[in-house]
Design a protein around this ligand. Structure first.
Ligand code: 3PG
Length: 212
C-alpha cells in the first residue's frame, strides 16, 4: 500500500472528476492516462461515483484511482470497498479520522486553516489537500503555512487552472495541484476522449516545463 505522498508525487496534476454517466468512466480514465495523468480523484458527488471507481480500478490498471468528496465514515468505507487507492475529503472530521485510522488506505484530508492543519498533524497526517484553495487565500496562504510547518505537503484544489497553476507550483510544499479544468462538461457531453487527452497532455507539458 503506497502512502499519500508517494501517490501524489506520481501526479503531474490530479483531475477532480464528477462522473454523471457510468459509461464514461472507463474511456475517461483511459483518456487521462493516455495524456500522462495516472492519478484520478473520482468524487462521490454523483451516484455514478462509486461504481465508476470500481469500474476504473478493474479495467484501467495503469490508473491509480481514489475517491473524492468523501464526507463521512460510511462514504470512506464504501470508497475503500469500491477499490479506492486513496481517499480525499473536503474537510476534516473526527468520523473521517477514525475511519482512516482503521484503514490501510491513505487519507488526504482537506484543510483551509492553520488550526485544521494542526488537527491533521495531531493524527499523524502531514500530506493534505488545501481546499478551497483560491477562496482560502490561494498560494499566498500556502506560502505562509510553510513558515511554521515546513514539513507539511499539499495538493491545493479549488479555483485552480493553467491560468494560476504556476503560483502554486512555485511553492516547495506543493506536490501537485488538483482541479476540474481537465474535464470540462462540454468534452464529456460530446464524449470527446481525444479532447480530454489533449487537455491532459497540455497540463502535463506545462507542469514538466515549469519544473525543469
Ligand atoms: C474539489 O473538490 O477539489 C473542487 O471542487 C475542484 O475545484 P475546481 O472545480 O475549482 O477545480
Amino acid at each position: 500500500m503506497r502512502d499519500s505522498r508517494d501517490i501524489l508525487s506520481q501526479a503531474p496534476v490530479v483531475p477532480v472528476l464528477a462522473i454523471e454517466n457510468l459509461d464514461h468512466a472507463i474511456p475517461l480514465a483511459r483518456a487521462l492516462v493516455d495524456g500522462g495523468i495516472p492519478v484520478l480523484e473520482v468524487t462521490l458527488r454523483t451516484p455514478a461515483g462509486l461504481p465508476a471507481i470500481r469500474a476504473i480500478s478493474e479495467a484501467v490498471p495503469d490508473a491509480i484511482v481514489g475517491a473524492g468528496t468523501v464526507i463521512n465514515a460510511r462514504d470512506f468505507e464504501a470508497a475503500v470497498d469500491a477499490g479506492s487507492r486513496f481517499v480525499v475529503t473536503p474537510g476534516l472530521t473526527q468520523g473521517i479520522l477514525d475511519a482512516a485510522a482503521d484503514s490501510s488506505v491513505p487519507l488526504i484530508p482537506g484543510v483551509a486553516t492553520v488550526s485544521e492543519l494542526m488537527r491533521a498533524l495531531d493524527h499523524g497526517i502531514d500530506c493534505l489537500k488545501f481546499f478551497p484553495a483560491e477562496a482560502s487565500g490561494g498560494a499566498a496562504a500556502l506560502k505562509a503555512f510553510a513558515g511554521p510547518f515546513p514539513n507539511v505537503d499539499f495538493c491545493p484544489t479549488g479555483g485552480i487552472g493553467l491560468h494560476n497553476i504556476d503560483d502554486y507550483l512555485a511553492l516547495r510544499s506543493v506536490i501537485t495541484v488538483g482541479g476540474s479544468w481537465l474535464t470540462p462538461s462540454a468534452l464529456l457531453a460530446a464524449e470527446d476522449w481525444a479532447g480530454v487527452t489533449k487537455l491532459a497532455r497540455e497540463a502535463v507539458d506545462h507542469v514538466t516545463a515549469f519544473r525543469t
